[in-house]
Design a protein. Sequence first.
Lengths: 468, 537
Amino acid sequence: LGYLPHTSEDVGRMLAALGLDDVEELFGPIPAGLRAPDDLELPRAHAEQEVAAELGRLAGRNRNLDELCCFLGAGVYDHYVPACVWYLAGRGEFATSYTPYQPEMSQGVLQALFEYQTLISELTGLEVSNASLYDGASAVAEAAGMATAATGRSEVLVSGAVAPRVRQLLETYGRGLDIKLGEVGALGGHTDLEQLAGLAGEQTAAVLLAQPNFLGVVEDVAAAARIAHDVGARLLVSFDPLAAGLLEPPGRQGADVVVGEGQALGGHPNFGGPAFGFLACRATDVRRLPGRLVGETVDATGRRGFVLTLQAREQHIRRERATSNICTNQTLNAIAAAVYLGWLGPRGLEELGARCLRLARYAAERLQAVPGVRLAFPAQPFWREFVVRLPADPATVCRRLVDHGLLAGLPLGGLYPGLADGLLVAVTERRSKADIDHLADAMAAVLADLEGSGEPRRGAPDGGEGAR
Amino acid sequence: MSGSGFETVPWAAGSPGPPERLIFERSAPGRRASSLADPDAEGLPQVDPGRVLPAWARRSGPVRLPEVSERDLVRHYTRLAHRNWSVDLGFYPLGSCTMKYNPKVAEVAAGLPGFARLHPAQPDEQTQGALELLGRLEHALCELTGLAAVSFQPAAGAHGELCGLLIIRAWHQARGDPRRRVLIPDAAHGTNPASVRLAGFQTTTVASGPDGLVDLSSLEAALGDDVAALMITNPNTLGLFERNIAQVAELVHGVGGQLYYDGANFNAILGKARPGDMGFDVVHLNLHKTFATPHGGGGPGAGPLVVASHLADFRPAPVVVRDPGGSGGRAGSPPAEPRWRWDADRPRSIGRVHGWNGNFGILVRAFAYLLANGGDGLRHVAEGAVLNANYLLERLQPVYQLGYPTRPVMHEFVLSARRQKQLGARALDVAKGLIDRGFHPPTVYFPLIVEEALMVEPTETESLQTLDAFADAMLELAAQAETDAHRLHQAPTSAPVGRLDEARAARQLVVRWHPPPQPGQAGTDPTDQGPPDKPTS
């Protein structure tokens, strides 16, 4: 078999050196009663061309974003991935290396991560970034853990406009970390800061919001920071890093920990993973930082080099007193993000932000002009994503629009009690004016058709699933 | 030296070259790589960000990304790549890390648009191929572990540990019998106790016996009706199979505890023995180890969790299910095809540990590896891994002491450099000396119960020639320790940098690049108003 190199002669020599007749003798320590049965239901061995064909067949049974025009976002976005990103990040020297425990042999990965940390620090406006976490959602939980440890308090107030998936994860992690979650309403599309001010108190370890939030609305981070800091709590912000082209990095508006999902930075959607999470904090919190951290140093001759540092925070040294249990993270995706940000450059970042804004504004205008469709939060600022209310069940409308080659967005039924008729629409730079015109025209046609066929005008009532 | 030469890639063969500048130091104002389509060409209406975004939200200063050309980017990262060791380049015998060869067919498969360009919120009818892949992978992982159901959400081994412990916690609570303690052998991976704390439990450490195996009397002494679980690696981190595992399981189950299998060392028993048959209730697998997906310089991995049937309801939601097909369609319509879907209606679920459904792209690679090997091939993988480890140990043990005397080992072994230490060369010096001989060092100073530990895991994909060349290098280093231990303190001399001052890195913490203070210099933005990383409020 291709991946096993030994010839039968090699095996003979090795067994002879061990004084054995059969490899099976090496499995002697496994009691006979614990040997696996011979008849496991596993595939037969496949030749490489058969593997490629079968994986190709399975891939072909999916309808990918090259086939459907994607206005679906909700945390994973269809941005253009430049050719150089995975050409470079996918190189075997990066892809087939381990966590850089031996720094002299791992300067490539270590330097790339040091540069990544700098880039995240710039995008978030905070001094210290770690070397990546699993994803944006688990990064939120790590940040919440940092805040409760730092303050000795247990309550985290979470905006209702933080993604429902993230809130679910926080609830799961919170049970282990003994975090008490409180919810702050977001009925107007943005976090209700008045309610937040009423809820926040000396029991509050942290306040969490998203920028822009799950509903696409730009939040007033500085105002939330003042409320949090007034009661001695930390402000945690889940930030879309590509928004930094237009929006002020939350760290410059008072956020103490900024986390987020890195998929938009050069990552393919990958059916949800791998992407990566990032986490940045103030220098004063560096010893509470979860995960790997790369630092600069020198060798004996004074040459600059990079190493994993402050490892005394980590599980392999501190064990049960570690700041986190994370070991393997998402390094390769972080390196890809660094390549992407190098490709983009400061002007590219700004242009991309402006381009998404311009397309999203146009899409909002065009959709609003469709009879019965209206913006859910017309007075609120948004960047790349927004909610429209439809005069028919959004899930039904989306299903019909697939016949027009469109992924129209995420139906919000079941996620928000007041938005059963809501559709979350994202517009990246990959969409053209013509795509948006097609979406609006097809939406109008589908809605007219549904009305003609006597479908109910409003979305079905909420099942309540996931709604809070 | 026998067998060396073509299998080794010493950096000493050439100069490692000058250090590569930081990407920021390559920056020149006005240079760029990116090109974006021109919106004006499409007649898209103008939008002034200043009018539609409130002033309080708008960016006030520059984001100092590097300004470089595409050629700069390619040269920079190519040069960084040349300063990095990898399995593609040479031998990487890190114990407990299973750095085996990563098949390229799996890389190509994961990059297919049908997988890479799939959005996780697409409706199930658009993702049947992906769901089928997950369903079939789940079945295979259940067969290999002897357990009942899988969660694909955990993105890595430690993530799987946390998920598994939260499931165990929920199970005890559902029985009205909440528990407090988790037992862990002293040889365990550091992630185990760290995960225990995150899951809201306390750790009790169980000592290993003189044979390197869990000491049954220590275990019995530690057990009690407040014990939620025992977490254990088998083979353990000494590379030894826990022969008493059936008794261990009986003891733990006897007090109502659960048995957790840390799958970091599953490569040794793939297709040969199954955790479920040993009595384990929960297993995480490190697919980036056992299933040959590339480790990515520290991730992404995949740490799917496999559980026994009594725990299946507690898995994170959603899970993949298959609705059987059949002839139940309307009259005249063809029989319904079986259909895969995400099932989110899981009232006993612990919730969610990943924003979506785990590292799907890694699962695609693992599935490709499963198909390529097949059931018989996987058994040969385990046999090759164990044969290689025992052969290498046989060559090294005349000179290096085995940490614990028990043999045969399984897929890895732990040597102690205590003899060399007495001569003035520590495990670290041996490790750095290996770098100059063209090998990545083994894991050092782990497990903690072996003094001056050198933990070696050759994996099944290395040839006899490589193993011999590595053994020769290790023996040379031992000989050098006898005659001139001091010189080993200078190693490595042929790597891109010499031995780095890690204490300084921690003391004088520099974790990001800062632009030089002079305005106008390459790499600075002339509009820079000073370090933006000072909080403004």
